[in-house]
Design a protein around this ligand. Sequence first.
Ligand SMILES: Cc1cc2nc3c(=O)[nH]c(=O)nc-3n(C[C@H](O)[C@H](O)[C@H](O)COP(=O)(O)OP(=O)(O)OC[C@H]3O[C@@H](n4cnc5c(N)ncnc54)[C@H](O)[C@@H]3O)c2cc1C
Length: 425
Amino acid sequence: MKPLSYWLDTAPAFGCAETGSLPARCETAVVGGGFTGLSAALAMAREGIDVVVLEAGRVAGAASGRNGGHCNNGLVRQVATVAGAFGLDRARTFYQTFDQAVETVERVTLREGIDCDFRRSGKIQLAAKPSHFDSLIRTHGLLASGIDLQTSLVGPGDLSGEIGSTRFHGGLVYHQSAMLHPGRLGSGLARAAHRHGARIWENTEVTRWRRLGKGGHELETAMGTLEAGNVLVATGAGTGPAFPHLHRRILAVGSFIIATEPLAQHVVDAIMPTRRTAVTTRHIGNYFRMAPDNRLIFGGRARFARSDPGSDMKSGRILARSLKQIFPILGDVRVDYCWGGMLDMTMDRLPRAGVIEGCHHAMGYSGHGVQMAVHMGEVMAKVMAGDVEANPWRDLAWPALPGHATRAALLPLAGAWFRLRDFVS
Ligand SMILES: Cc1cc2nc3c(=O)[nH]c(=O)nc-3n(C[C@H](O)[C@H](O)[C@H](O)COP(=O)(O)OP(=O)(O)OC[C@H]3O[C@@H](n4cnc5c(N)ncnc54)[C@H](O)[C@@H]3O)c2cc1C
């Protein structure tokens, strides 16, 4: 079993990173070379802005190259819950921003010729309990009232046409959802940004940020100090003490994935005949899909822990057991890859973007970042050019979290809470 992301292992390397010291100054610096930072750099470079990307590791090497490749529409939480908190009109706007985000990925990849296997596969949400199907019926009713007319229910009796497992009690299909190869998307975005004039440094961590009195910013790295007129912080779950105002706000939670060996065609037809992205309704549930070479990519929270090599392997073993419970036909299947990554979360699972202490940011996609990070990169390029209204998340409060230093230690407690909620639901 390879302890690395299948997507990063099967994507072409970026290969165009700058070498040598940083320039003394640039118009805009983007900190973080994941989907948010790369998409922003691409949009800015296309407008002729002198943009420099500073990435601590390799481009798209963190969450952007380690996710499930689900490019889904729909909110992370139930639309009724979001409507309860923000009102129906805003819930509709938030929901439809995810529709637009899937369109953004489709448009950008087509325009830039990025071959990342983007496909409008649709997503199926699978009811893990009979009571969860009742909830899906209510969600479908609300969506059909004018939020999303492209969803359909699959009753328990018809589910075998969608999924070869007896574990589920019905489903809800979101037809606008898509899937893609995130490793190819990451290197494709980086190459496109570079082609349009963005300069990208890899292995260049920003260790200190300082706001300059005259209005600009100073960024310290081992490759030199850069002065920038504007800064976009696109550091996701990796946001650290160099940006204390964001570090205090973002939550980082581990998520883990395994990839099987390539499966025979008749096995794929038996387990996922419609080849959609699939998510289960539990709080500690699973998400899965087929890769283009017929591997099953199977993920989940598995454990409430940070991602590191030991933790990824432990989680991989838990995921392999869940996979075989859901699909007994895969009893003898070999697991070829196992990896983990850190999710950028917020308490209400809605993204946050805007400007704090003169520094722009976009993050907090809470497990729905493949489409939203690409979208928000473009949006933040507009916001930084003066179109503040382009940002759909601009009015959301984002208070600092108490006790952020002890957050990692509290992860197992959060896990116990969500397990209890799954048990009683
Ligand atoms: C296991 C897993 C599965 C997921 N599955 C899905 C899915 O199927 N669908 C979906 O929509 N979303 C999914 N997500 C979420 C999604 O991948 C992320 O929300 C999205 O990729 C975030 O992109 P980003 O560019 O904002 O952040 P990242 O991809 O995390 O990029 C941030 C970058 O900033 C760099 N950085 C951090 N600090 C510094 C610094 N000080 N200086 C320089 N660089 C720095 C990091 O090295 C990193 O490369 C998943 C996430 C994980 C971890």
